[in-house]
Design a protein around this ligand. Structure first.
Ligand SMILES: C[S@@+](CC[C@H](N)C(=O)[O-])C[C@H]1O[C@@H](n2cnc3c(N)ncnc32)[C@H](O)[C@@H]1O
Length: 209
């Protein structure tokens, strides 16, 4: 896939989702499930919700969710996903370019699962702003790609930061956070055409002190 990194992010993601099927896996991200399943429920903010499987899973666990994406098409798929599972009244979907605005509020969970983009995206700045929106005792859960499976868009020579490098790239005050995990996790994954392969997820899980 030939991607112009200077492309307007909204146009880029709209085109991706317009070409995509509204169908979803129906499963949450493995890391979200692993780290959120035993936490007390509250108000969650999802950054880059895509077609909404994570927001729906959180709502079904009892969370109230604010789910954000830049793509109105993705948000339309996500709303329909929530309606199919009867949790539309537990989720507020909001369109934001996160580099420009975030929803208001204080959250018990902020989740960013693969909030990554091949076009211009000031990801660390967005994550730093979101960190300030987490209540005491709340969880900040960030997962990013730590490997390049055969179906990846990432260039072949992509160098993936270690979990510690990914954490260091955020300007967090370490005295305000308890580290739950700063680690790589390996799992089997399925690509968009059904390809199977092992992938590494780079995970930062921090609890606000
Ligand atoms: C790689 S996808 C991950 C989607 C979903 N979290 C998942 O794990 O399947 C990245 C998501 O971030 C969204 N996104 C990219 N740039 C954004 C921005 N500037 N503001 C808000 N959302 C953005 C995209 O529309 C897309 O849904």
């Amino acid at each position: 896939m030939n991607i112009d990194p200077k492309m307007d992010p909204r146009t880029f993601w709209e085109e991706i989702y317009e070409k995509a099927s509204p169908q979803t896996s129906g499963r949450p991200s493995a890391i979200l499930e692993r780290f959120a399943k035993d936490r007390p429920v509250g108000h969650a903010l999802e950054l880059g919700c895509g077609k909404g499987d994570d927001a729906v899973w959180l709502a079904r666990q009892g969370w109230t969710v604010t789910a954000v994406d830049i793509s109105e098409t993705a948000l339309g798929y996500a709303r329909a996903n929530a309606e199919r599972h009867d949790v539309e009244n537990k989720i507020t979907f909001e369109a934001h370019d996160l580099t420009k605005s975030l929803p208001d509020g204080l959250y018990d969970l902020v989740t960013a699962q693969f909030l990554q983009s091949p076009v211009e995206f000031a990801r660390e700045a967005v994550l730093n702003r979101a960190a300030a929106m987490i209540a005491t005792g709340g969880l900040f859960l960030i997962t990013s790609h730590g490997s390049r499976p055969s179906w990846s868009w990432a260039p072949e020579d992509t160098v993936f930061p270690s979990p510690q490098e990914a954490l260091d790239a955020l300007s967090l005050d370490h005295t305000c956070w308890r580290q739950i995990a700063v680690d790589n996790f390996e799992r089997m994954a399925t690509g968009p055409k059904g390809e199977k392969g092992s992938v590494i997820d780079t995970v930062i899980a921090l609890e606000r002190l």
